[in-house]
Design a protein around this ligand. Structure first.
Ligand code: F2R
Ligand code: MG
Ligand code: MG
Ligand code: MG
Length: 352
């Protein structure tokens, strides 16, 4: 129903915000062990407990850029390269201190200097023409998947690619964006009252990524079908009788700023959190996903934000503690944008 989708839109966008705001203080940290796990648990217990007055937990580039995408989709009903580039640049120069990626700032400078003559050119010039493989395309893509809830996977794939290309030209930067969009889209279309079949969820994504990564052998890439391989590792981890160690997860799935070593990790966090997780003592599967993602350290804000976006799209907004939400900077603005994005998505009459 429309009300259920509206709740899922808010759940996904607030879920992404929560992961970003709660994870940001942990970005660049090592994996949490022993006492650090307990500190992390207390951090969440406190935020979810009775409301107390405190400075809001600040969002970072992940949220800033997601909001740009939502705004462009609301305003134009599609991704317009120039409009999106203008939105990113306006946002960055208005509020640059949000922890942006080290190289993406060059894209913003060039876009502004060139007066957006070719909105895709600066991204193509990154890293001597290879493009960025960072997770910046993936971290902001949830609004695209939400907006496309009535569209086909192929249409989601096209829109996700287009949204990435303003900053991320490397195939891994693009394919990571596509994968995160497909994960949010799949979660959005599922009934949260039904037990989620994690095996089916991951095999559907594997099939889709196989088609996207087809014939890569001839392209001179370091590695062919890398996302398919990472997703197969996620499936292996999920099917084990005992939980893999954090070291195994980090060595195989990773926790860094590259799309390849963060997007499959976020999907793993979401799926793993369907069940209880050792060292994470919560009945709430959304909190488990986000808290576990943050406990892995590394690119904690982004992995938690991506996991939160998928989880919120599956369960809807009620899974997120209302007390926690009140501590998040811009939670009112994000809620409003989620509602507007939902309304805008109903106006596009492309059938599934
Ligand atoms: N930038 C950060 N965190 C570090 C500092 C933040 C800290 N809190 C602070 O306040 O100082 N986080 C944000 O960046 C990630 C998203 O990055 P995005 O948008 O993909 O940017 P970029 O610059 O394109 O790529 C990120 C880095 O990846 C490496 N890289 C990418 N492509 C490469 C290539 N072809 N060859 C070699 N290296 C490549 C570079 O180190 C890039 O700087 C999110 O975590 C977000 O939260
Ligand atoms: Mg960030
Ligand atoms: Mg970049
Ligand atoms: Mg980050």
């Amino acid at each position: 129903t429309s009300a259920m989708f509206a709740s899922k839109f808010r759940g996904s966008m607030l879920g992404a915000l929560a992961g970003d705001c709660c994870g940001a203080p942990y970005e660049g940290h090592d994996v949490c062990v022993g006492g650090e796990r307990i500190i992390l648990k207390k951090y969440f217990d406190k935020l979810e407990g009775p409301y107390f007055k405190a400075p809001k937990k600040a969002y970072t580039d992940d949220t800033a850029m997601s909001m740009c995408l939502a705004k462009v989709l609301i305003r134009h009903g599609r991704i317009d390269d120039k409009e999106l580039a203008v939105e990113f640049v306006k946002e960055y120069f208005t509020d640059p201190r949000r922890g942006y990626g080290g190289a993406v700032i060059q894209v913003f400078n060039k876009l502004r200097k060139s007066k957006f003559a070719d909105p895709l050119q600066p991204a193509r010039e990154q890293f001597n023409g290879s493009g960025s493989f960072g997770n910046g395309g993936a971290m902001r893509v949830a609004p695209v998947a939400l907006f496309g809830h009535k569209k086909t996977s192929d249409e989601i794939i096209e829109m996700a690619k287009q949204s990435a290309l303003i900053t991320h030209y490397h195939k891994q930067g693009i394919d990571g964006t596509v994968l995160q969009a497909l994960a949010v889209h799949a979660a959005l279309l599922m009934d949260p009252e039904q037990q989620l079949n994690t095996k089916d969820f991951i095999s559907n994504l594997i099939e889709k990524m196989k088609a996207i990564e087809v014939d890569e052998e001839g392209l001179g890439l370091d590695d062919a079908q890398p996302f398919t391989k990472q997703l197969e590792a996620v499936a292996r981890f999920l099917s084990m009788n005992t939980e893999p160690s954090d070291d195994d997860v980090l060595n195989v799935l990773g926790n860094d700023v590259s799309a390849l070593y963060s997007v499959p990790t976020s999907i793993y966090c979401f799926l793993k959190a369907q069940k209880t997780i050792k060292g994470i003592d919560s009945d709430n599967p959304f909190r488990r996903a986000v808290e576990y993602a943050i406990s892995l350290g590394g690119d904690a804000d982004t992995i938690a934000s991506m996991a939160g976006a998928i989880s919120g799209a599956f369960y809807g907004e009620n899974v997120i503690s209302t007390n926690l939400v009140k501590h998040l900077e811009f939670h009112e603005e994000v809620t409003l944008l989620a509602n507007e994005l939902h309304e805008a998505s109903l106006k596009t009459n492309v059938g599934r």
